[in-house]
Design a protein around this ligand. Sequence first.
Ligand code: TMP
Length: 235
Amino acid sequence: MEKLEQLYEGKAKKVYKTDDPNEFIIEYKDDATAFNGEKKGSIGGKGVINNKMTELIFTMLEKQGIPTHFIKLLSESEQLVKAVTIFPLEVIIRNTAAGSICKRLGLEEGLKLEAPIFEFCYKNDDFGDPMINDYHVIAMKLATKEDIEVIRDMTFKINDILKAYFLEKGINLVDFKIEFGKTADGQIVLADEISPDTCRFWDVKTNEKLDKDRFRRNLGNVEEAYVEMLKRVKA
Ligand code: TMP
């Protein structure tokens, strides 16, 4: 499978057309940004690690009945996926308070939430990915009411699967962001990636952060955290 025209370049990945209109190639980059691109850098080996980790997790989720865009790995930093139209939504689940919710609502970092919190953000860098609700999504035609129901059901199911999966690996899944897309024949599938860029992973015993917060907050040992997470996912 050959990369043709580049369709899109994001902060961490590039997407290419292929000679099959139903398949795209995603190339994972080492580039890292935070705070809507204000902080820029690079995390050595990140592209390879996130490509591999997404393969392992999406394959596991497929086995548990979650449809995804993943088809196969093509190289260390590239994967073949189903061509989808991405909903311009960041879908977030929080199990433990961390990050923006602490700033916004004054919650203490590490507070175990009574129930998972589901959030939508409008995926639009010009406006800093603002949080929106179902009414905005429907009114702005970002997705239909029926799409939202499918996305919400899948997201809670994914949270249940991932929480148990990571707990077995000694990781508390604090929160995560996922994205969904629609195939040409109208199926809603999990898309994008699941990696230390898009989740908060805390060691169960020590609460050590093993995710992109090490980069965002200059905590050091950034590469080591990504390597450790891939090791645990492979175990
Ligand atoms: P937040 O606490 O900064 O809102 O982040 C919530 C989760 O979403 C966290 O696991 C990191 C992830 N995330 C992304 O994947 N991309 C983003 O652009 C942001 C802001 C967060």
